[in-house]
Design a protein around this ligand. Structure first.
Ligand SMILES: Cc1ncc(COP(=O)(O)O)c(C=O)c1O
Length: 397
């Protein structure tokens, strides 16, 4: 259905906390040092209060609650659009990254003999849907791995050069396991030259590292809301390029993504037209005032601080950890070339279980998986706190 782009309205005026006092914005934690924001973002006080207020309000369903869930959905869509191209029509609300990525996989043309590129070890939400789509179509799925000394960007570019029938690259900007950054300026330019599609899972970067949709010209972007967007579980976003806002195929046909007209009627003979823009991809089951309220409050704070400023501040936190690791003689454990907010430490195999246990005993939370300790602070953590990690790990030198 043709529609005019809806420009994003000015951000609503809300009680957000200034960057200089960012730590006060979060539910406090005593001496717990929570460094697992790549798993689950810390809870903002504002989001917590908004969620509780919505929970109270829905206890009395006979009362009219303002804003209504449809109004909340549009507010959230507008806020999310500020992270992309400012056009609220480009954003759909979905329950998970996997749902959004399956939508992308369902919409993009793919045929026998085509190739889809992913990274080895990429998060499974951006893998399983491509395995299924390739099995359904006879296309080939290629997992890119790195040669020694090669970075991920070099590995992707080299793999692309070897694939004559490359059709789709489905990639992250920041790897979920060690924070390695991909240079999407270079990768997207090479994909455009080849006429191949780009699908991005930015669950580990949106809200910190801004996507350049004008330059990268991705087809679809997804992100969960509960990590770096400081929002709620069960509420993710799907950005679609203008082409797919008009022609993409949703994986479910929920009534919310269709226009039932002023009388909200759905005829048997012909499906009701899609709702405007990427709303055609809106999933059902998301009209939960609590989740929506938490997501809105989280995004209002993220946008008030600004992703670039959050990134700079988190870069100071991870830099402080590097300094402390250097002083402890542990610099070789740290992952190189990582994003400002996410890094990994690779202790020798013989000590990693003990190192992980020692961190937990010291009330430091991070993820230990695949031989790495993943470290991901947000602004509830002060740079000075990061030395605690090196202090504990220095016992294992
Ligand atoms: C890169 C990435 N994508 C997606 C997800 C979560 O995806 P889903 O919403 O499908 O569970 C995670 C969670 O850790 C992730 O790290």
């Amino acid at each position: 259905m043709a529609h005019a782009a809806t420009p994003a309205a000015p951000l609503p005026h809300t009680a957000t906390v200034p960057l200089a006092r960012a730590a006060d914005a979060f539910v406090m934690q005593g001496d717990a040092l929570y460094l697992d924001c790549a798993a689950q973002g810390p809870r903002l006080r504002s989001a917590h209060a908004a969620g509780l207020a919505a929970f109270e309000a829905v206890a009395r369903p006979w009362q009219h609650v303002s804003p209504t869930p449809p109004e909340q959905r549009e507010t959230l869509r507008r806020l999310l659009s500020h992270l992309f191209d400012g056009d609220a029509d480009g954003v759909a609300l979905v329950p998970s990254a996997a749902f959004g990525l399956a939508t992308a996989a369902n919409s993009l043309p793919l045929h026998a003999g085509d190739t889809v590129l992913v990274l080895e070890g990429q998060f499974p939400s951006n893998l399983l849907c491509w395995q299924q789509r390739c099995a359904d179509t006879g296309a080939t799925l290629r997992g890119v791995s790195r040669e020694p000394g090669q970075d991920w960007t070099g590995a992707v570019l080299a793999a692309m050069a070897e694939e004559p029938n490359l059709r789709i690259a489905a990639l992250p900007q920041v790897r979920w396991d060690d924070g390695a950054l991909l240079e999407l300026d270079r990768i997207s330019a090479a994909l455009q030259e080849r006429g191949a599609a780009l699908v991005l899972d930015l669950s580990q970067s949106l809200g910190i590292v801004a996507p350049d949709v004008e330059r990268w010209r991705p087809d679809f972007i997804v992100s969960v809301g509960y990590k770096w967007l400081l929002g709620a579980r069960g509420l993710a976003c799907l950005w679609a390029s203008p082409r797919w806002r008009e022609g993409g195929r949703p994986i479910e046909q929920h009534w919310i993504a269709h226009d039932g007209g002023p009388e909200w009627r759905f005829a048997v003979e012909a499906a009701a037209p899609f709702a405007d823009g990427a709303r055609r991809f809106d999933a059902g089951g998301l009209d939960d005032p609590v989740r929506l309220a938490v997501a809105i409050a989280g995004l209002e704070q993220v946008l008030a601080w600004g992703p670039a400023k959050i990134a700079a501040a988190l870069g100071e936190r991870t830099a402080a950890l590097h300094t402390a690791l250097d002083a402890a003689g542990l610099s070789a454990w740290a992952s190189p070339g990582h994003a400002p907010h996410l890094m990994a430490l690779t202790p020798p195999t013989a000590v990693i279980a003990a190192a992980d246990a020692a961190l937990r005993e010291s009330n430091i939370t991070c993820t230990c998986r695949h031989g790495r300790l993943r470290i991901a602070p947000h602004l509830h953590v002060a740079s000075g706190d990061m030395a605690r990690v090196a202090d504990v790990l220095s016992r294992f030198v």
